[in-house]
Design a protein around this ligand. Structure first.
Ligand code: F6P
Length: 342
């Protein structure tokens, strides 16, 4: 049995622990493992390397992916899917493990429909895949946001400033809500709940009226300003899956708050810091469990599946269910976070 493995889309902490688990479990089962470089791009360009137990050693604590990644979409060109399928046959792959978010797993699902034995492993710092309670990468990102907010508190307080912290999250405010809750944000703006500048300013003023001299506002990059009825972004470029490159809402909000309240304001964009560094223990364990479960599905020849976390159980769902809809935030958690708003 020859198993291919690739990582696609935005990188995140936990990819290497997942690769390590797939490789070690496969080798123990007597399978050969081929690492495809840079996501689906590697299957278009026939760029791959053999992975042994040794190459997958010592990577548990490393962020990023030893295989490289890209946002390549083989279905964006007419001959892309055929090229990928031909190359899968050329390498002689019996099964392919795709580690990714909705875009990468969407490609895995379409290829499964064309006869490729795919298995999906869900990852993304955004935690927006509906069939699983958590994707790995999310907990690491939340910890990075929490640590940043801890650091920003002292400078905000010393200078009596409002700090607007922009975090990732295109369609879902998971990072903003969990990171903001863990880091004691004074207001959190998420894509699920369009906001007005006035509501944010009133909240800051209420805090000031009870003696606070600083505020920390967390805003997801995909947060929607109700007045504008669209996402505010400084970039007009789109990626191969048609997603707009987000970013810019924090700066905009900062300027508006300063104008409307007269409080001195600064914006901080956490950006790709949220995707870097070592995975947390939670993400290492989740990624490892996913990797082992993916190989077990291959052993059972149960293809077209995605491994998922439900409660504390790892289960298998169809890839179709895995990518069907985006998972927006749990409003109960947002309500808890809002208890601490001004
Ligand atoms: O999909 C994960 C994510 O980190 C999003 O939160 C963010 O909008 C996007 O990737 C950024 O992508 P890139 O690394 O291509 O700029």
């Amino acid at each position: 049995m020859k198993i291919g493995i690739l990582t696609g889309g935005g990188d995140c902490p936990g990819l290497n622990p997942a690769i390590r688990a797939v490789v070690k479990k496969s080798v123990k089962s007597g399978y050969e493992v081929i690492g495809i470089r840079d996501g689906w791009k590697g299957l278009i360009e026939l760029n791959y390397k053999n992975l042994s137990s040794e190459t997958a050693s010592g990577i548990l604590h490393l962020g990023g992916t030893i295989l490289g990644t890209s946002r390549t979409n083989p279905f964006a060109t007419a001959d892309g899917p055929q090229k990928v399928i031909e190359n899968i046959h050329r390498i002689g792959l019996d099964a392919l493990v795709a580690i990714g978010g909705d875009d990468t797993l969407g490609v895995a699902y379409k290829l499964y429909g064309k006869g490729v034995n795919t298995i999906g492993i869900p990852k993304t710092i955004d935690n927006d895949l509906s069939a699983t309670d958590f994707t790995f990468g999310f907990d690491s990102a939340v910890n990075i946001v929490m640590n940043a907010l801890d650091n920003l508190h002292s400078t905000a307080e010393s200078h009596h400033r409002v700090l607007v912290v922009e975090v990732m999250g295109r369609h879902a405010g998971w990072i903003a809500t969990y990171g903001g809750l863990a880091g004691g944000a004074d207001y959190i703006l998420v894509p699920e709940k369009p906001f007005t500048i006035d509501e944010v300013c009133s909240s800051i003023k209420r805090r000031h009226s009870v003696g606070k001299t600083f505020s920390i506002i967390v805003v997801a990059e995909g947060a929607v300003l109700a007045e504008a009825e669209k996402i505010i972004t400084k970039d007009i470029r789109k990626d191969a899956f048609g997603h707009a490159m987000l970013g810019g809402i924090g700066k905009f909000l900062c300027e508006e708050i300063e104008k409307k309240t007269g409080y001195e304001c600064r914006d901080v964009v956490l950006g790709h810091l949220q995707r870097g560094g070592s995975p947390t223990a939670f993400d290492r364990i989740l990624a490892t469990r996913y990797g082992i479960a993916a190989v077990e599905l291959i052993q059972k020849k149960d293809f077209g599946k995605m491994v998922a976390l439900r409660g504390n159980q790892i289960v298998a769902v169809s890839l179709e269910e895995g990518i069907k809809r985006s998972k927006t935030i749990d409003m109960d958690i947002y309500e808890i976070a809002s208890t601490f708003f001004g």
